[in-house]
Design a protein around this ligand. Structure first.
Ligand code: ZN
Length: 211
């Protein structure tokens, strides 16, 4: 039976110190943005190691955890530089990667999407900042693996609703969506496999998808 990775799974694994660098960056950034995430994280942190050790092996045996489990063996490296305040628009966990503000990053345009890769140094995951202008969207797609999208600024809508600053959307092979920016939107995006376009021309466009 396939078990989905949930937001709480991520928070629990982070509390246990088990997340690979790319996923830990998503969790740290969300904790910087979302009081609700901080409340939930505090609950898991308070559970302590004993309970986590009790429940973890069962959870990790599920199919959905296999790739993550392999990744968990890796140790999260320290952020590359120290934080000296920086641009208040940039959540502190991202400042080592965005030292001079979002506008100064080497954004590259792919269709409607602007993106910049973050050198998180975790080969199993693609870690990007992505931007969409209001009213533009990502072509309809599903996922060969997991896709984590954390809203840093603005908002986007997909079939599961409207997602705003601090919201984390976890998508996998069972999710097909076409995210559309409601306002100019900037997100932290992590995936462990390429997207698969599924719209009418998806078969044609798939070789063009580079994110
Ligand atoms: Zn997606």
């Amino acid at each position: 039976m396939k078990e989905k990775i949930t937001h709480d799974d991520l928070l629990m694994a982070y509390a246990a110190g088990h997340l690979p660098a790319a996923l830990a960056l998503v969790v740290r950034t969300q904790l910087a943005l979302s009081a609700e995430a901080r409340r939930r994280y505090a609950f898991f942190a308070a559970l302590g190691g004993a309970l986590l050790e009790t429940i973890e092996p069962e959870a990790l045996r599920a199919d959905a955890w296999e790739r993550l489990e392999r990744a968990l063996a890796r140790v999260e490296p320290a952020p590359p530089t120290t934080d000296k305040g920086g641009d208040p628009r940039v959540p502190p966990p991202l400042r080592p990667y965005v030292p001079h503000g979002f506008e100064q990053l080497p954004w590259r345009k792919y269709g409607p999407l602007y993106e910049v890769a973050l050198p998180v140094g975790d080969g199993g995951f693609r870690t990007r900042l992505i931007r969409l202008r209001a009213g533009t969207g990502v072509p309809r797609h599903t996922h060969a693996g997991y896709e984590l999208t954390l809203v840093i600024e603005g908002s986007f809508r997909d079939a599961s609703g409207v997602h705003r600053r601090g919201d984390l959307v976890i998508a996998d092979a069972e999710v097909e969506h076409a995210p559309m920016a409601e306002e100019d939107c900037l997100c932290l995006w992590v995936a462990d496999a390429p997207l698969r376009l599924t719209g009418p021309l998806g078969w044609l466009l798939n070789p063009l998808v580079r994110i």
